[in-house]
Design a protein around this ligand. Structure first.
Ligand SMILES: O=C(O)CCC(=O)C(=O)O
Ligand SMILES: [Fe+2]
Length: 321
């Protein structure tokens, strides 16, 4: 509140005081009684509409709310950064608040996802590598050992023999709706559940130790279509689980575009344009079959997955620059 109000009030009080003194002086001279004096009207100094104390309280109130919002936001969003592949998940209010709006030219001409093979790295680079147009490459995993060897027991053995101990629980782990709290818990689940006859589950994790990634990469090759200069990230992402399960709708905040090889099982992806492009762009649905690789910018396309009936689904992928 401005300082002029107290000043105005002081002035009024001062003049009232002077008037009062004059009146008292006259009363004294006129010898009037006390009861008469008590009926005299004094000039009133109206209190400001909002008192200064109230005003200070309101400032503290708003400051308090601002601090609470900051703490809440940090508490809410940070775990996503820490444990969810830097994923900004639904609720969409948080997304709308923190994600810069997209230019809808990223998706306005995308009406389906092409399935291509026999691509040269140059063609891939020109058409897809750094563009927001998703693509499925059908012929890039032909010689991968992973196609034959990856299954639940492969990963159980891989980590048991990797001498990593509890370190396997130190990287990104997404439990989705499985109720499993760590990769250690996943790999020690009972055989019935692992064979998909127990409670349904779907999980994802990242490698994070060089030795782990190096050993895993003995089972697959760098996809032949990646631009010759592109480097794969030093970590891999693995998603594994049974039919009916998958990842909820979300958008990521990772550094780069990724390729994702469907090693086993079939997975349906639903890609949705960012909300600001809903009237300009279409949502896309696609199924990735064993041996196919999906390349999609998961930072721009909202995405959710659903494992289709049949085999356990295993996907492995990495970001590239
Ligand atoms: O494969 C999945 O189920 C989810 C993958 C995902 O969200 C991602 O790669 O960003
Ligand atoms: Fe994602």
């Amino acid at each position: 509140m401005s300082p002029s109000r107290p000043k105005l009030c002081d002035k009024k009080l001062k003049s009232a005081e002077i008037k009062l003194l004059k009146i008292l002086h006259k009363i004294d001279n006129m010898k009037l009684s006390n009861s008469y004096i008590s009926r005299l009207m004094l000039p009133e100094c109206k209190k400001p509409f909002i008192s200064e104390t109230f005003n200070q309280n309101i400032t503290f109130y708003y400051l308090g709310i601002a601090v609470l919002i900051i703490i809440f936001t940090y508490w809410w969003i940070y775990p996503s950064f820490a444990s969810e592949r830097c994923t900004l998940e639904i609720p969409s209010t948080a997304l709308t608040l923190f994600r810069p709006p997209e230019d809808c030219s990223m998706c306005d001409s995308v009406s389906q996802v092409a399935r291509l093979g026999n691509l040269t790295p140059e063609e891939f680079e020109r058409r897809f590598a750094y563009s927001p147009t998703p693509v499925i490459v059908t012929d890039a995993t032909r010689h991968w050992k992973a196609i034959k060897e990856f299954n639940f027991n492969f990963f159980a053995d891989f980590y048991r023999n990797g001498k990593m101990g509890n370190k396997i629980n130190e990287c990104f782990f997404f439990a989705y709706k499985s109720g499993l709290r760590s990769l250690g818990e996943v790999l020690s689940m009972d055989a019935a559940r692992a064979n998909l006859s127990g409670a349904p589950w779907y999980v994802g994790w990242s490698t994070c130790y060089d030795e782990e990634t190096r050993r895993l990469r003995q089972y697959y090759d760098r996809p032949y279509f990646l631009p010759r200069t592109a480097e794969s990230d030093t970590i891999d992402w693995i998603f594994m689980g049974g039919p009916g399960q998958g990842a909820h709708m979300h958008v990521d905040s990772v550094r780069r575009v990724s390729w994702q090889a469907q090693v086993r099982g079939r997975k349906r992806w639903q890609l949705a344009p960012p909300p600001e492009c809903l009237y300009t762009c279409r949502a896309l649905t696609l199924t990735v079959h064993p041996g196919e690789i999906l390349v999609v910018d998961t930072n721009r396309w909202y995405h959710m997955t659903h494992v289709l009936p049949g085999d356990l689904s295993i996907t492995i992928g990495a970001e590239y620059d």
